[in-house]
Design a protein. Structure first.
Length: 319
């Protein structure tokens, strides 16, 4: 038991120390160089309609088994500050909101913010990044996420790019503190470009370990993902289409059985998720976007086993 406590404390200390260091270094470096940097800004706004076959709050294991339609709204701002030809900083903010017509208790709002610091060598990128998010359901905050990552990317040749990232994160739940957790992970990705860069193939894999306040929510997991995207011109307009697949497997910590406590049911789960995306440029700054997603969620807990289909159509303006 003592070893378990020491291991958990060490894990949390490493994760939080890494996260804090990355965030502070990014903020300090940006403040030093931003005033002398060349800056470019980008903003976007998006509005649309969505249909969901099974509304859910996956982070809380809340599955409605009911469908609904709703409206989508999002807006974002990003900036790129160039301190030198090789060093740049990219802060960003994005707001997303989904309002359902009937089941408004599942209305979701998401605030996402980040800061990326990148140094470019001849064929290699080195950087560290901070990402944060606050999620609200029915106008009440239920989840806060913070993550720092150290990454390196390298162009093997003109068509192949490799990227690896070491990440540390923390999440806090407002109403269920037993789920509060720290995480460590490793991501690897391969990007392959053909047709003068108009077609891209992505292959990715990741490993994740998460330790929560309550042991039943601890897990080790791995993920595979792939995506193909293609940019082309049809009827005088620029189109971008993509399809993707992601598989995730989570192996949850199981409490040992003894004579004094009831065994905890296994929470092990897996997810197959298929996605499709099509963006049609109507004007220089206006696009029509259609998206579809199908998820097959399997769990040792019957209540967490379900399928979900989501479709949306929206207009996106960029400035």
């Amino acid at each position: 038991m003592l070893c378990r406590v020491i291991t958990r404390r060490t894990f949390k200390e490493v994760a939080m120390r890494t996260l804090t260091t990355l965030a502070v270094m990014s903020a300090m470096t940006l403040s030093i160089h931003a005033t002398a940097a060349d800056a470019t800004f980008n903003t976007h706004a998006q509005i649309g309609l969505t249909s969901n076959s099974d509304l859910a709050i996956k982070e809380l294991d809340v599955i409605s088994s009911q469908s609904d339609t709703g409206t989508l709204l999002s807006a974002g701002l990003s900036a790129e500050f160039k301190a030198t030809d090789a060093l740049k900083f990219t802060p960003s903010y994005r707001y997303e909101n989904t309002n359902y017509h009937t089941l408004d208790q599942y209305d979701l709002s998401l605030h996402q913010y980040g800061l990326d610091t990148n140094y470019k060598l001849t064929h290699t990128d080195i950087g560290f990044r901070y990402d944060g998010a606050t999620a609200q359901v029915a106008n009440k905050t239920f989840l806060t996420l913070d993550q720092g990552s150290l990454y390196i990317g390298h162009f093997v040749n003109n068509t192949t790019y490799l990227r690896a990232a070491l990440k540390a994160g923390e999440k806090q739940f407002t109403t269920q503190p037993a789920r509060d957790a720290q995480s460590l992970g490793l991501d690897t990705s391969l990007f392959y470009f053909i047709n003068q860069g108009n077609t891209m193939l992505l292959l990715g894999a990741s490993l994740d370990k998460e330790e929560a306040t309550e042991q039943q929510y601890d897990f080790s997991g791995w993920t595979l993902n792939t995506r193909v995207s293609h940019t082309f011109t049809a009827f005088g307009n620029t189109n971008k289409a993509s399809i993707g697949w992601r598989y995730q497997d989570k192996d949850y910590q199981e409490n040992p059985n003894d004579m004094l406590t009831e065994p905890t049911p296994s929470r092990d789960e897996s997810r197959h998720i298929l996605t499709a995306h099509w963006q049609l440029s109507l004007l220089d700054s206006l696009s029509l976007i259609t998206e579809a997603e199908y998820g097959d969620y399997q769990s040792q807990l019957e209540a967490n086993t379900y399928t979900q289909s989501i479709a949306s159509i929206s207009l996106r303006a960029e400035f």
